[in-house]
Design a protein around this ligand. Structure first.
Ligand code: HEC
Length: 153
């Protein structure tokens, strides 16, 4: 013991305070992010049922190719060796089991090793790419996804 007990106590108290501070900061960030995405989530919904027109499709494909395809493959089939952790997003993946809001959150904020687009993409750009991803799913998957997203007709 090279520290007198009072110091040790002080140290513990300091760590606790730091922990609480970090937890509060994380919570605030989460709450902020959630609000941002809730606000962002709204415009994404109309695109849920509407199929993309030719210009939208091309824009979505360009966005996906430039920013996402390196990890998810050109048409969302995944990239590299299975188990490398670069998951497919197409009909072979359980991605459709996540709601639009969850997927928008992931695209905006990232997840694990995936970097989010942050503010470099607009709500509309995220909605376009999400619509592209949905277009890779089977009609059944699309229907169930719409139901769980609350966007079913
Ligand atoms: C550096 C590689 C990388 C890039 C670039 C990347 N992703 Fe990801 N993505 C991942 C990984 C890894 C996961 C799984 C994350 C996790 O949950 O740990 C993931 C998860 C996702 C998910 C959730 C899938 C599911 O089934 O839950 C979506 C949607 C997604 N990515 C879309 C995109 C889009 C859109 C882009 C382009 C803006 C993109 N990703 C760019 C690696 C990447």
């Amino acid at each position: 013991m090279d520290q007198p007990p009072s110091h040790a106590l002080h140290d513990v108290a300091r760590r606790l305070r730091l922990g609480a501070l970090l937890a509060a900061a994380a919570f605030a960030l989460l709450a902020l992010g959630w609000q941002a995405v809730r606000a962002d989530g709204a415009p994404a919904s109309p695109a849920a049922s509407a199929p993309l027109d030719e210009a939208q499709l091309q824009r979505a494909q360009t966005l996906f190719r430039d920013t996402c395809a390196s990890c998810h493959g050109p048409t969302g089939g995944g990239a590299g060796m299975p188990g490398l952790g670069l998951p497919p997003l197409d009909a072979s993946s359980p991605t459709w089991q996540k709601s639009d809001v969850e997927l928008i959150l992931t695209i905006r904020n990232g997840a694990g090793v995936m970097p989010g687009v942050g503010r470099s993409w607009t709500d509309d750009e995220i909605a376009l790419v999400l619509a592209l991803i949905r277009s890779w799913w089977t009609p059944e998957q699309q229907a169930q996804h719409a139901t769980l997203s609350g966007t079913a007709p």
